[in-house]
Design a binder for this molecule. Structure first.
Ligand code: GDP
Ligand code: IMO
Ligand code: MG
Length: 454
């Protein structure tokens, strides 16, 4: 069977930790979209791993697959594999021949476009990893795929077609001087070598067939979504999104298995008990703004709840895994989660960071929105309308800080009563069972109510 892990909010919900939590029963862990824009944390005992491309199952020694829906930067992939090897892991990573390759010019173009947009305050706040430009080339049918790296002649031909176009785009359209990142000869040498390493280490696969064979053999598969539903290119708040489909449908198109396979398994929505966002775009329940990311920060400043936002940011360590930027912080947004539940069809929820909110007198959630004189319960389809939504808050009594490791050991009933009321409310609103409650970053710091593999 399959278990699909999907971010229900804006990324960084703790997906890596949940992949690790349930990963013991999995044989193969598959990333189906995104690239090294992801930063997934796994905490095993005293060891903390931050994974960008290598699927989080590597910490438990599981086979990892980067599916056709991913965009792969071979340089960061090999660096990450080598760094994990130095720490004593033995990552066994296979990469779909159909996955697209991030080249250095994609990163440069990502930076240029953000810079240009910043003149009119329209930058997305990307991770700068070249994600958008690589997916653009995929859709424009001029991308270079992993399989192409293993065919030097074809690779050379493709580079000769595409690189001069990119150079002209950078130089003539954006007026930026280009260097090695736009040089066919040096790109060819570097990427041919990556192809050789992929071949030597037997890493390039036809991922759809590989996964279907593993399923036929009785293996358990886990799909590890990156990013989150509200930054999905289709279901997120465009244009402040990433360029792929983190939503559950992406697990089918991005792996080569059918929607029946994905839908026949479990789909676990990962929820952070409050909200964080890295980058720009609206956030109706935002508590305090972050300069450069929160729209209107220059005029309004951080707002009256800045201290509370700062408190949660510090307690939760809410700084970007990839970029180190402070994350924007807000109360849980339930209209967002209703949207997410519909788009993904969650069969269960893992609610993380319940410990981070402990010690507050009261905890709020955005229960619905007010927009143009109406109360609405899910998010509007345009970002302009979402930006005008005023949340109607519901207030819960806070819960005390307790010995969370002991709570994790004892089980659900040991969770403070007020926190359970919060979780019950969420489960009712989304009509979905809570499978796990995160009460700390470590593998053991989770209250497990249900294992989707069982
Ligand atoms: P991902 O991108 O969804 O995998 O999430 P990140 O790794 O970017 O961010 C989640 C952060 O919160 C990591 O530092 C995790 O170790 C940590 N974390 C995950 N679950 C919990 C939890 O329940 N409580 C606390 N305090 N931290 C958690
Ligand atoms: P994980 O998997 C949080 C955000 C960026 C930016 C937007 C587009 O760790 O949850 P991109 O570089 O993808 O073109 O940036 O998406 N973003 C993330 N935010 N978690 C992530 O990944 C993210 N990956 C991209 O901050 O706003
Ligand atoms: Mg992350």
């Amino acid at each position: 069977m399959t278990v699909t892990i999907v971010g229900s909010q804006l990324g960084d919900e703790g997906k890596g930790g949940v992949v690790d939590l349930y990963g013991d029963a999995a044989d193969v862990v598959v990333r189906y979209q995104g690239g090294d824009n992801a930063g997934h944390t796994v905490v095993e005992g005293d060891e903390e791993y931050k994974l960008s491309l290598v699927p989080s199952g590597a910490v438990r020694g599981k086979v990892g697959v980067l599916g056709n829906g991913c965009v792969v930067n071979p340089e960061t992939l090999f660096d990450e594999i080598d760094a994990l090897k130095e720490r004593g892991l033995e990552p066994d990573v296979r990469v779909a021949r159909r996955a697209h390759v991030i080249l250095p010019y994609h990163r440069v173009l990502d930076g240029i476009e953000e810079e240009v947009k910043s003149d009119s305050d329209k930058e997305v706040g990307t991770t700068g990893r070249g994600i958008g430009p690589t997916y653009e080339d995929k859709m424009g049918r001029r991308g270079i795929r992993v399989g192409d790296l293993l065919d030097p002649e074809g690779l050379r031909e493709q580079l000769e077609y595409v690189v001069p176009q990119k150079r002209r785009l950078a130089e003539d359209v954006f007026g930026v001087e280009t260097g090695e990142a736009f040089d066919v000869d040096s790109l060819y040498e570097q990427y041919r070598e990556y192809g050789e390493r992929l071949a030597e280490e037997d890493m390039a696969i036809d991922a759809g067939n590989f996964l279907a064979d593993r399923l036929d053999a009785g293996d358990e598969l886990m799909f590890e979504g990156a990013q989150g539903t509200l930054i999905d290119i289709d279901h997120g708040n465009y244009p402040y999104v990433t360029s792929s489909n983190p939503t559950a449908g992406g697990a089918a198109t991005g792996s080569g298995l059918s929607p029946r396979v994905v839908g026949g398994g479990e789909i676990v929505g990962i929820v952070k008990a409050y909200l964080t966002r890295v980058g720009s775009g609206p956030l109706p329940t935002e508590l305090g703004g972050v300069e450069g990311d929160t729209p209107g920060y220059d005029e309004q400043g951080a707002g009256e709840n800045e201290d509370l936002a700062e408190y949660i940011r510090e307690e939760g360590g809410e700084y970007g895994t990839v970029t180190g930027r402070p994350r924007r912080v807000g109360w849980l947004d339930v209209p967002m989660l209703r949207h997410s539940q519909r788009a993904n069809g969650f069969t269960g929820l893992a609610v993380n960071h319940v410990d981070v909110l402990a010690g507050l007198d009261e905890v709020k959630v955005g229960h619905s929105y007010h927009l143009d004189g109406e109360e609405i319960f899910t998010i509007p389809a345009t970002t302009e309308r979402w930006g005008r939504c005023e949340p109607n808050f519901k207030t819960f009594d806070g819960w005390d800080d307790v010995d969370w490791s002991a709570v994790a050991e004892e089980g659900y009933d040991a969770i403070p009563e007020n926190a359970r009321a919060y979780l019950d409310y969420l489960s009712d609103e989304l009509d979905t069972d809570v499978y796990a409650v995160g009460v700390g970053p470590g593998r053991e710091e989770t209250v497990v109510l249900n294992d989707p593999f069982e």
